[in-house]
Design a protein around this ligand. Structure first.
Ligand code: FPP
Length: 277
């Protein structure tokens, strides 16, 4: 077990639910990269007869708790879908509140990010964000750049198809700039130019609030991710929910298109028996 995980365990009330969940984790089978579609903020607010933005505000507390827990569990990367390229279709006041909340989060969470050795990163078509949001992001990214723990990726103004288009255009540009004719493109060419270039693909994709879709999120990178969909709404998704999701992940037999670790059945073995002469 990593030291940070032991620290987490010792900070929890012994014998309590979260303590039991952390103790049940198999340290050898932890996901390296977890990605989350944070959905259900609006419904959370609606159920309480509150304006939708109250749901986003409550969602920030989940962001805080899930980030801190991921850092303490020793995950390499956590990628959160904060704003999609389609989210501009929402009412202006809701979009503006999301930017406000993001800036507030960056301001208020800076100390906790540093304490937990978290390196912030943001990706998506960031050039379209309001200037003040970009400045706040750039400054936090720069100030956390030498941290060596969890990499927290915020996907903002992000679309999976847009990302693939951007990667292919970057590839074309690399050759054009060098004056070379275009060779056939490879998977490696694309993967290296995605916003996540250099990071392992997500092992686990969590979606809150029960919808069974991937909503244009990390389309390339989730090819072999394990999916965990929960009815819990994002503002209610806290440490215990993340631990349940990881435990669920640890029950999966990841085969990546192969046959996995299961021993061959007797019938399969018969096929390779060399007949006696
Ligand atoms: C989806 O819920 C959520 C979003 C579009 C925004 C997520 C933003 C936050 C959690 C807060 C700010 C983020 C950070 C990183 C500080 P929805 O509104 O689509 O919910 P609904 O489907 O119930 O309407």
């Amino acid at each position: 077990m990593k030291t940070s995980m032991l620290d987490l365990l010792s900070a929890l009330p012994p014998g309590g639910e979260e303590w039991r969940l952390v103790s049940s984790l198999d340290p050898e089978r932890m996901p390296r990269h977890v990605a989350v579609i944070m959905d259900g903020n609006g419904r959370w607010a609606q159920r309480r007869r509150l304006p939708r933005v109250a749901g986003h505000r409550a969602g920030v507390s989940s962001v805080r708790e899930i980030t801190e827990t991921s850092a303490r569990l020793g995950l390499d990367a956590l990628t959160l879908y904060a704003f999609s390229v389609e989210n501009w279709k929402r009412p202006r006041t809701e979009v503006d509140t999301l930017w406000l909340l993001l800036r507030q989060y960056l301001r208020e969470e800076f100390a906790t990010l540093m304490e937990n050795n978290v390196r912030l990163h943001a990706f998506g078509r960031l050039e379209a964000l309001p200037r003040a949001v970009r400045q706040a992001l750039d400054s936090t990214i720069e100030s956390t750049a030498s941290n060596t723990g969890l990499r927290l990726n915020l996907a903002i103004n992000y679309g999976g198809r847009a990302e693939i288009v951007d990667a292919i255009n970057a590839w074309i540009e690399d050759f054009r700039a060098a004056g070379h004719p275009l060779p056939a493109i490879t998977e490696e060419d694309i993967a290296a130019r995605l916003y996540t270039g250099g990071l392992p693909d997500p092992d686990l994709l969590i979606r809150t609030s029960g919808e069974m879709r991937v909503s244009n999120f990390l389309l390339w990178q989730i090819a072999y991710a394990e999916l965990h969909v929960t009815d819990t709404l994002w503002p209610d998704f806290r440490r215990a929910n993340l631990l349940h999701a990881i435990l669920d992940y640890q029950t999966r037999d990841r085969r990546f298109g192969g046959l996995g670790a299961e021993p061959a059945s007797p019938e399969d073995r018969l096929e390779v028996v060399v007949p006696a002469r």
